[in-house]
Design a protein around this ligand. Structure first.
Ligand code: ADP
Ligand code: MG
Length: 272
């Protein structure tokens, strides 16, 4: 980018001072764009207001991008999926209108929870990641974890005397996604840690998205103490949406298609 051609010495000095003001204020994107915007202002006869607006818009864009990047880094999403990638035609078990409603993120403002229940491969993790990403993009602080990881970190924190810090960490994000509850057995101590996290978030009005393969009726026997399981469900469901996905496994789709081809071929063979 060529430097603007100041006509006079005072104008050149003023330009240098302006650049150092921007640098001092750490408005680096604006400092970078200054000479181009001044050129545009001259050639396009922009007024002072329009030129200032254009210069600061550059800085605002850069800051927004930087903050989003840092929110996404913090969020630890396990995959780059977004809700737009979800194929509703392939998963008749999911009500599209409900997911579209969740995608407006009103549930995050309301501090409501989302419980995704279904067998492996039906898209639970994908939907949880998609909701988490949408929330991060909308400016919310988001964190994604698995139930096993949460339990392990709470266990370690308890041993090391950092329990309160750990609880504050899980209470912090506006949206916490806990994936794969029930895939591994949950010892009583882990169930109690999970309950504390869910309960604190419930009290704060922060949303939790939880995926599990265990239907609500099975919670009492699956998660250690039935009383803890019931208390957990109570908090989750009080302000909560339950999405039961009972459709086909997306992971097994290609296998199913292959098996179908084989079966057809075998049947055709028999017919001859
Ligand atoms: P679950 O968590 O229920 O076991 P996942 O969300 O991990 O299932 O989905 C398994 C795989 O199938 C992932 O690669 C995911 O991207 C893909 N998948 C599942 N459902 C869909 C869908 N409806 N549209 C597109 N991809 C899907
Ligand atoms: Mg999963």
């Amino acid at each position: 980018m060529s430097a603007p051609q100041p006509r006079t010495q005072p104008e050149a000095e003023c330009y240098q001072r302006l650049r150092s003001h921007l640098a001092f204020l750490k408005l680096e994107a604006a400092a970078e764009a200054l000479s181009a915007v001044l050129d545009q202002a001259r050639t396009q006869k922009l007024g002072l207001t329009a030129a200032l607006e254009r210069l600061l818009a550059v800085e605002v864009d850069a800051t927004e991008t930087r903050r989003l990047t840092s929110r996404l880094r913090f969020a630890c999403l396990p995959a780059p999926w977004s809700l737009a990638d979800f194929d509703f035609a392939a998963q008749p078990g999911v009500e599209e209108a409900l997911i579209r409603e969740l995608a407006t993120l009103r549930f995050v403002d309301d501090g409501a929870n989302v419980l995704l229940i279904g067998p492996p491969g039906v898209g639970k993790t994908m939907l949880a990641v998609g909701l988490a990403r949408a929330a991060a993009e909308a400016g919310h602080r988001v964190y994604f974890t698995t139930a096993a990881d949460l339990a392990a970190r709470c266990h370690k924190a308890a041993i090391e005397g950092r329990w309160a810090t750990m609880m504050r960490f899980y209470a912090g994000p506006k949206l916490l996604a806990i994936d794969e509850l029930g895939y591994l057995p949950l010892p009583a101590e882990a169930a109690s840690a999970l309950f504390q996290v869910i309960n604190t978030r419930y009290a704060n009005g922060s949303s939790t998205v939880l995926t599990t393969n265990v239907g609500i009726a099975g919670w009492a026997s699956a998660f250690g103490d039935p009383v803890v399981a019931a208390a957990m469900l109570d908090r989750l469901l009080h302000r909560g949406v339950v999405i039961g996905i009972d459709g086909p496994s997306y992971r097994l789709r290609s296998h199913t298609a292959r098996a179908e081809t084989l079966r057809t071929a075998v049947q055709a063979g028999h017919a001859h």
